[in-house]
Write a new protein. Structure first.
Length: 314
């Protein structure tokens, strides 16, 4: 589980408190001190909407859990981000550390038709009353290391930056200095620099990524997506619950990775296809199922700031 803001911690822990019957007993008791500290650190408005979302989130979670075969009421709840929590203390087959599992809460039911009585809950809390939480991102370093088995993307960016600097000798080789220099240029010159990136950098990055993913092969790419982006090859089983809105009525939406169309496509024998989207993105799909897109973007100033890679909904 990734590190949280205080508001996100409030949302998760209060949700666990509600699922535990509104009691600070059992596993959730260990989160009470953290909850009190987080409550004291945020403004009243944020506290109200973070907590307000949890009632809708709890209702939707329990409804989905029942559909998945979990029954008999909740027996215990754990907040997995607390210091010292270890999934393997619950079940030796689980991932040892919470950072390796997307579950923010672990809910034990009295009965289940599943492999065990535990169901993980990955909680997301967003301000918008509609939409989804951002896609899980791994960054350029991991994507190229794990999937492309090299440093092709960052090597090309360095190569193109050096070529650009040879063509613009008045610009500094220091990125921070260069950013300030570019900001001071005329609007026309800034557009020319952006045009250079659009013509010589982004399209080639698209090609490198597509060729690298094709070379990796469908089996490795599918496995990486399932294990590292969608976290479906993880125990315990989990579902994602997103609380939405900053004013009542708050709402929540639930998604189950194991029953999604993306999961079904990824475990099929259908081939993966790659598609350029504009100048900066590569779409990944299986048959007609659009999984996501990978987008390249300079953090702020083209040819000067850091190039970022993000995984986004398509």
């Amino acid at each position: 589980m990734a590190s949280n803001t205080p508001g996100a911690d409030i949302n998760e822990i209060h949700l666990g408190f509600l699922l535990n019957g509104g009691n600070w007993t059992g596993g959730i008791a260990a989160a009470k001190d953290t909850y009190d500290k987080r409550i004291a650190s945020v403004n009243e408005d944020e506290k109200v909407w973070r907590i307000g979302q949890t009632y809708a989130m709890a209702e939707e979670f329990l409804k989905k859990a029942a559909q998945l075969g979990y029954s008999g009421g909740v027996k215990d709840v754990h907040w997995t981000a607390r210091q010292g929590f270890n999934f393997q203390a619950i079940n030796e087959n689980y991932e040892a550390e919470s950072k390796e599992n997307p579950s923010d809460l672990l809910i034990e039911f009295n009965r289940s038709t599943n492999i065990d009585n535990n169901l993980g809950l990955s909680a997301k809390s967003i301000k918008s009353p509609t939409g989804q939480a951002p896609f899980k991102n791994k960054g350029m370093k991991e994507i190229q290391t794990e999937l492309l088995k090299g440093t092709q993307l960052t090597d090309f960016i360095t190569e193109q930056t050096n070529t650009f600097l040879r063509q613009h000798p008045n610009l500094s080789s220091n990125a921070n200095t260069r950013k300030n220099q570019v900001k001071a240029l005329s609007e026309t010159m800034q557009k020319d620099i952006t045009g250079y990136a659009n013509t010589y950098v982004y399209p080639k990055l698209q090609d490198i990524l597509i060729n690298g993913l094709r070379s990796a092969g469908d089996i490795d790419v599918k496995y990486y997506i399932l294990n590292n982006l969608y976290d479906t090859i993880k125990l315990p089983r989990y579902i994602k619950v997103t609380g939405r809105g900053t004013k009542p009525p708050y709402n929540a939406v639930v998604s189950d990775p194991l029953s999604s169309s993306d999961f079904k496509a990824l475990i099929s024998n259908d081939r993966i296809s790659y598609e350029k989207i504009g100048n900066t993105s590569v779409g990944i799909k299986i048959s007609s199922n659009k999984l996501f897109k990978i987008r390249f973007k300079y953090e702020s100033i083209a040819m000067s700031s850091t190039m970022k890679l993000s995984v986004e909904y398509w």
